[in-house]
Design a protein around this ligand. Structure first.
Ligand SMILES: Cc1cc2nc3c(=O)[nH]c(=O)nc-3n(C[C@H](O)[C@H](O)[C@H](O)COP(=O)(O)O)c2cc1C
Length: 131
């Protein structure tokens, strides 16, 4: 099956446990409906999300997410076709970023702006492997 995978980063606006849990409820409900799977890395300074599904579903979802006022400064870092799902069992896996590539200091220093699409993909390949 032809799939699209997209990774974006954004900055949380009003990040706390209840915002995060509401957001995951929304995401999982919509994604189950739309045939989307993926993972969301969350920390107080960043959301990093991987979405996979049909091209149309992924792009429609990204546009809804872009308009969401629970985050700002959304930047797409990876957008590519794929043939297999990394997170086929997950409407949206939640990863609290405990063992994560970039520290808060590095993110604040612009590390994401200097990273390559492959670096972002590797984050999620690692998360998928640990499942
Ligand atoms: C960081 C973040 C991740 C989100 N992830 C998803 C997602 O994976 N799928 C989804 O449908 N909505 C996701 N949402 C929620 C959407 O922005 C939106 O609220 C939801 O799709 C419902 O859309 P609607 O209010 O237009 O019906 C996310 C929002 C944020 C802030």
């Amino acid at each position: 099956m032809d799939l699209t995978q997209i990774i974006y980063a954004s900055r949380p606006f009003g990040f706390d446990a209840s915002v995060l849990s509401n957001l995951l409820v929304d995401a999982r409900r919509c994604n189950a409906r739309d045939g989307i799977t993926g993972a969301l890395v969350c920390r107080r300074d960043i959301y990093l999300q991987y979405l996979e599904g049909s091209d149309r579903a992924v792009r429609n979802t990204l546009e809804r997410i872009r308009r969401d006022d629970r985050h700002v400064e959304l930047v797409v870092h990876h957008d590519a076709p794929s043939h297999t799902r990394l997170f086929s069992d997950w409407a949206m896996l939640h990863d609290p970023a405990h063992s994560w590539t970039w520290s808060e200091a590095e993110v604040a220093d612009g590390a994401l702006d200097r990273a390559l699409p492959a670096d972002f993909l590797n984050v999620f390949l690692g998360i998928a492997q640990r499942q």
